[in-house]
Design a protein around this ligand. Structure first.
Ligand SMILES: C[S@@+](CC[C@H](N)C(=O)[O-])C[C@H]1O[C@@H](n2cnc3c(N)ncnc32)[C@H](O)[C@@H]1O
Length: 267
């Protein structure tokens, strides 16, 4: 089944069915739209909204706390995210295991791209769980939608976020995963504040970033981050480190909670 973007739907909590999780303001519905409704129209609508919003946005940063911010990876390069060698290079299966996601969890894959991790998360939270895939590029979300259709995944909401807001329901997520994404945020303070709002009180945010300290990791320096830099930026924005996983071949994997999270409730 092929899905098309329908329209942005702002559903107040009262309109949400009890059996489904809260729907974010920019959920991309995964129900069949009228066949004639074109993808182009939706891109134009989103584009116009983005232009209007752009005028109200805080200025994009090029540097943050001594780090140069990387440019957004374009959807034109999305094939790289689903390359055949990715499992061997990044051990993505081990990363998934280390997340300790369980059935019933509500999870967001933030900066989901074409959904490499999103689809795996959707399986891991079944039965009863839900996954949001949020990204700022509608083309990435279209690819995610198509891949979800092909895989028969139904517990997933694609969400068109903005550069300051992933547009997730407040206090909704047990876990927010960012793989190779955080270093691209050009308004990191706004994004981290929005992430704080979207987490449940004991929810976790997980940064997976290529190790800047390791020259043998074959990734451009701009797309890597050091552990010290992540600590600096996360603690400055109200997060505390609760766990590190150091067994991935190329990446740091660092788990944070709000620093006002209830104690002993991680995992
Ligand atoms: C290198 S890709 C990683 C995709 C995916 N996480 C993966 O590992 O396969 C980075 C993604 O982050 C998205 N991105 C960048 N800034 C973002 C923001 N402020 N909010 C949401 N997504 C963002 C980009 O559009 C892109 O799809």
């Amino acid at each position: 089944m092929t899905h098309r973007f329908c329209q942005t739907v702002a559903q107040p909590p009262s309109a949400v069915r009890k059996s489904s999780p809260a729907q974010p303001r920019a959920a991309v519905p995964r129900t069949r739209c009228r066949q004639g409704l074109s993808y182009l129209l939706i891109v134009l609508v989103f584009g116009a909204a983005a232009v209007a919003q752009e005028t109200e946005l805080p200025p994009a940063l090029t540097e943050y706390m001594g780090r140069t911010i990387a440019r957004t990876m374009s959807f034109h390069g999305a094939d790289w995210l689903t390359r055949k060698t990715r499992q061997a290079e990044e051990n993505t299966a081990l990363m998934m295991k280390a997340l300790h996601v369980k059935p019933g969890d509500v999870v967001c894959d933030l900066g989901c791209g074409n959904g490499y991790h999103t689809l795996r998360l959707a399986g891991a939270v079944m039965p009863g769980g839900w996954v949001y895939g949020s990204d700022i590029q509608p083309e990435m979300l279209q690819m995610l939608n198509d891949r979800a259709d092909a895989a028969g995944v139904t517990n997933l909401t694609p969400v068109l976020g903005t550069v300051v807001d992933p547009r997730l329901p407040a206090a909704s997520c047990d876990l927010i995963l960012l793989v190779d994404v955080y270093h691209e945020f050009d308004r990191p303070v706004h994004m981290l504040a929005a992430i704080r709002r979207a987490l449940k009180p004991a929810g976790r945010v997980v940064l997976v970033e290529f190790r800047a300290e390791d020259e043998s990791v074959p990734i451009k320096p701009l797309h890597k981050m050091s552990r010290a830099q992540m600590m600096k930026e996360m603690t400055a924005n109200g997060f505390k480190l609760v766990e590190s996983f150091d067994k991935l071949p190329w990446q740091h994997m660092m788990f944070f909670q709000r620093d006002d999270a209830p104690p002993n409730e991680a995992k």
